[in-house]
Write a protein that binds this ligand. Structure first.
Ligand SMILES: [Mg+2]
Length: 397
C-alpha cells in the first residue's frame, strides 16, 4: 500500500483493502465477539493514509488525477469502526448521540414502535444507501463498515428468516457484493433493483431479459465503454456513480454530489450520451432515460400492465418473492427505505403483517408510505435504524 495517495486508482485500491480487512474483522467478531487488536491498528493506518492526502478547503486533492475529493463517508466510517473496535459498542452509541441530536430519544421511540413487530419476522426488505448504510457520493468506495455489518448481521441471524438488501446498483463488477463485508450466508443480496440476486446459500439468479433487448443493451454498453476511453470523457467514469453496467440498466455519472464537474461540461456530456442513445435506439423502443442531474440512468423497458414501463424496485421484490419463496403475502415483513424509489417495495411487500421504517424527513415520502402501510415509523438517520436492528437482534440473542 503506497504511503501517499496521489491518484484516484490508489484511493480505490486503498478502499478495497479496507474492505478485505473489514471482512476478516467482522467474521472474527461474529464468531467470538472479541475484536482483533492488530486488525484495528491496520485499519487506523488506512485512516491515516486518507487523512494524509493534501487538503484544499474541505476537499482532498489527488495531485496526479487532478481531482478534488470529499471523503466524508470514507473517513467518518473508519473513525466509527475504530471507536467500535477499540472502545466497544457503548462508546460507539455515545458517539452517535454526540453526532445526531435526539439520537437516544429516536432509538427509544423506534424501539417502542418495534414492540408491535412479531419477531422473528419472515422478511426484511431493505434498501442500502441512505437506509441501512450512510450515504457515500462514490459507489465504489462506499465499503460497508465493521460496526454496520456486525449490527445488521445480528438482526439477520436472530430476528428474521430472510434478510434482503436490495439496491439499484449492480451485484457484481464493483457492485453490492464487492462493497459488502458482512459474512456470506446471512443476507440475500439483490442488485439492479432486484433483477439479480445472490441468496443466502450462495446461489445466484437473474430475471430473464429478451435476447433482442439484451443485445441492444450490450451494444450500448460497448459504445459507452469506448466513449469513456476518450480522454475528454474519462473523468466521468471516476466520479460519483461512474459507469455502472447493471442488469437491464446502465448508469453513467455526469456529476457527483460535490459538484466536481463544471455545469457546461456536465451538460455537454449529457448531450453526447443522448445522441449516442438516439443513434442506437432511434424510435425509443428499447430504452428510457432518466436524468437525475448527477446520473443518467438508461433503463431497458419492460412490459407493464399499461404498456411499456420502467422496472422499479417493487418489480424486483415481486421477482424475488417468486424465485425465493419469501411468502410476502403471508409473512411478517419489515420494509425499509429512504427515497421515493423505495416506495414500490412497500407496495410489493404489503400484507396485513407488513411494517415499514423509512429514513426520511420529507413529508411527501412520509405521506406516500403511510397511505400504503398502516404500521409505519420514521427515523432521521441510517445510524438510528442500524442501531435499532442491532438491538432487536440482541434482544433475541
Ligand atoms: Mg437509498
Amino acid at each position: 500500500m503506497p504511503q501517499r495517495i496521489e491518484t484516484i486508482q490508489q484511493f480505490y485500491a486503498l478502499m478495497q483493502e479496507t474492505g478485505k480487512l473489514r471482512r476478516k474483522l467482522v467474521s472474527r467478531i461474529m464468531e467470538s465477539e472479541s475484536p482483533d487488536p492488530q486488525g484495528s491498528e491496520q485499519l487506523r493506518s488506512f485512516l491515516k493514509a486518507l487523512q494524509n492526502i493534501p487538503r484544499q478547503n474541505d476537499r482532498f486533492v489527488l495531485t496526479s488525477s487532478a481531482l478534488c475529493l470529499e471523503l466524508g463517508y470514507e473517513i467518518s466510517e473508519l473513525e466509527k469502526d475504530l471507536i467500535f473496535l477499540e472502545q466497544g459498542e457503548r462508546a460507539l452509541l455515545s458517539y452517535f448521540a454526540e453526532l445526531h441530536p435526539g439520537f437516544r430519544e429516536e432509538i427509544g421511540s423506534a424501539l417502542e414502535f418495534s414492540h408491535g413487530l412479531r419477531l422473528p419476522l419472515t422478511n426484511l426488505i431493505s434498501d442500502r444507501d441512505g437506509t441501512v448504510n450512510n450515504y457515500c457520493g462514490r459507489y465504489l468506495s462506499s465499503i460497508q463498515s465493521v460496526y454496520n455489518a456486525v449490527f445488521l448481521s445480528r438482526f439477520a441471524q436472530r430476528a428474521v428468516e430472510n434478510a434482503v438488501i436490495l439496491t439499484s446498483a449492480p451485484l457484481y463488477g464493483g457492485g453490492l457484493v464487492d462493497i459488502t463485508v458482512a459474512p456470506p450466508g446471512l443476507f440475500i443480496l439483490a442488485g439492479s433493483k432486484g433483477r439479480e440476486y445472490l441468496d443466502a446459500r450462495g446461489r445466484d439468479g437473474r430475471l430473464p431479459i429478451e435476447q433482442e433487448k439484451q443485445n441492444k443493451l450490450d451494444h450500448l454498453n460497448r459504445r459507452l465503454e469506448q466513449l469513456m476511453q476518450d480522454p475528454r470523457y474519462e473523468l466521468f467514469s471516476l466520479i460519483g456513480s461512474g459507469l455502472q453496467f447493471k442488469f437491464g440498466q446502465t448508469t453513467v455519472a455526469r456529476q457527483d454530489i460535490y459538484g466536481s464537474i463544471p455545469t457546461t461540461e456536465s451538460e455537454a456530456f449529457m448531450n453526447v450520451i443522448e445522441e449516442l442513445i438516439r443513434d442506437i435506439d432511434p424510435q425509443g423502443e428499447y430504452f428510457r432515460t432518466e436524468d437525475t442531474g448527477k446520473d443518467i440512468e438508461i433503463i431497458l423497458t419492460v412490459e407493464g400492465e399499461s404498456g411499456l414501463k420502467d422496472f422499479d424496485k417493487g418489480d424486483g421484490v415481486s421477482f424475488l418473492d417468486g424465485e425465493l419463496d419469501l411468502d410476502l403475502a403471508g409473512g411478517g415483513n419489515l420494509v425499509c427505505g429512504d427515497t421515493s424509489s423505495d416506495i414500490p417495495m412497500v407496495e410489493a411487500a404489503n400484507s396485513p403483517q407488513t411494517s415499514a421504517i423509512f429514513v426520511t424527513s420529507e413529508t411527501a415520502i412520509k405521506q406516500a408510505v403511510r397511505r400504503i402501510c398502516e404500521r409505519t415509523h420514521f427515523v432521521s438517520e441510517p445510524d438510528v435504524l442500524v442501531c435499532l436492528l442491532n438491538q432487536l437482534g440482541k434482544d433475541r440473542g
